[in-house]
Design a protein around this ligand. Structure first.
Ligand SMILES: Cc1ncc(COP(=O)(O)O)c(C=O)c1O
Length: 333
């Protein structure tokens, strides 16, 4: 499924641990090589962002490559900051909020030309895109089982043969001493089973892309003042981010929930936070715009009927929220 040798895989507790292991693992081993410079992007998952925050306190020098409003990474900036001091570049393969894809193969090639290692948080890709780690030529790649219908609390770190990183959990000799602790066999077996469903996945993804594109088309034609964030960029087939003018995302989310529709206003890991999505803010959306954004993701079980129901409900709820806001503005309420 990933085009790798089984011994290149380390089973972990999930995407967050895989990211921590890759980044901290390189930090501790690169110290010996005199490389202390790290590069990441401004739109990474918190498990990457906060790991770098931690390492900065330990003396790491970290640079952040910006993205534009379409979610595209600034390759010119990236090329400029890469140097012989760079130990590791960590750039996600697909963004979890907007679904945008980054040019991993090209960025990895440039990093290697400077002697740096390349890690990708590929958590969002497995089961949604063809993942060919040999072709990408990355040194490290993180995955999470529940992102492709496996069990929660299980993940994988790909570590290319010959790449050395320090381990973070010391103890028994499990995972060839790269990650101590008794393995979560049930979850790993479930992950193995999912990897046999490769063909079913590509069929589903083609269907989901059509469903998502149709949903966006319906919404844009029926509801005014909607922007599909990153619509023209290369994206995952199942993800959609909608900026709905004049409508607070959290209010919309609660109203949709009452109709049995589950959506989010940002990443699940930041739900409950009062602050709007840092990813959208880093893309250049204003504070207010980021607060008016809804994130939708479709799964294998979603049907065209559900999409029609969703679009109908969304239209009614958006109308109601906008009317209410108008009345309040005119001091009628
Ligand atoms: C891009 C990305 N990286 C990392 C993670 C963390 O994965 P886990 O929840 O398995 O730790 C997620 C999960 O939401 C994600 O979307």
């Amino acid at each position: 499924m990933m085009n790798v040798h089984p011994l290149e895989l380390i089973f972990t507790s999930g995407g967050s641990e895989s990211n921590n292991l890759a980044i901290k693992g390189v930090f501790y081993s690169a110290q010996k090589l005199g490389r202390n410079h790290f590069i990441t992007s401004t739109v990474e998952h918190p498990s990457v962002m906060k790991t770098f925050d931690f390492l900065k306190k330990q003396g790491a020098q970290v640079d952040y490559v910006p993205v534009n409003r379409d979610g595209e990474i600034d390759l010119e900036y990236y090329e400029k900051i890469l140097s012989e001091k760079t130990a590791l570049v960590s750039i996600m393969a697909a963004n979890n909020e907007t679904g945008t894809l980054f040019p991993i193969e090209k960025m990895c090639k440039w990093a290697h030309q400077k002697g740096a290692l390349f890690h990708t948080d590929a958590v969002q890709t497995l089961g949604k895109l063809t993942v060919n780690l040999q072709k990408w030529d990355v040194d490290l790649a993180s995955f999470s089982a529940h992102k492709f219908y496996g069990l929660r609390g299980c993940g994988v770190l790909f570590q290319k043969r010959g790449v050395k990183i320090e381990s973070l959990i010391h103890g028994g000799g499990q995972e060839r001493s790269r990650r101590a602790g008794t393995e979560n066999i049930l979850a790993i077996a479930a992950l193995g089973h999912m990897s046999t469903l490769k063909d079913a996945m590509s069929e589903q993804n083609a269907r989901l892309k059509d469903l998502r594109d149709d949903m966006e088309k319906q919404i844009l034609s029926k509801i005014s003042g909607v922007e599909v964030v990153c619509q023209n960029s290369k994206r995952l087939p199942n993800t959609s981010s909608l900026l709905i003018d004049g409508v607070d995302g959290e209010t919309l989310l609660m109203n949709l929930d009452m109709h049995g529709i589950c959506v989010s206003t940002g990443a699940a890991c930041s739900s409950g936070s009062q602050e709007p999505s840092p990813v959208l803010r880093a893309m250049g959306l204003s504070h207010q715009e980021a607060q008016m954004t809804l994130r939708l993701s479709l799964g294998w079980e979603n049907t065209a009927e559900e999409i029609s129901y969703f679009v109908d409900v969304l239209q009614k709820v958006v109308d109601r929220i906008r009317n209410f806001a108008n009345l309040q503005e005119k001091k009628i309420l």
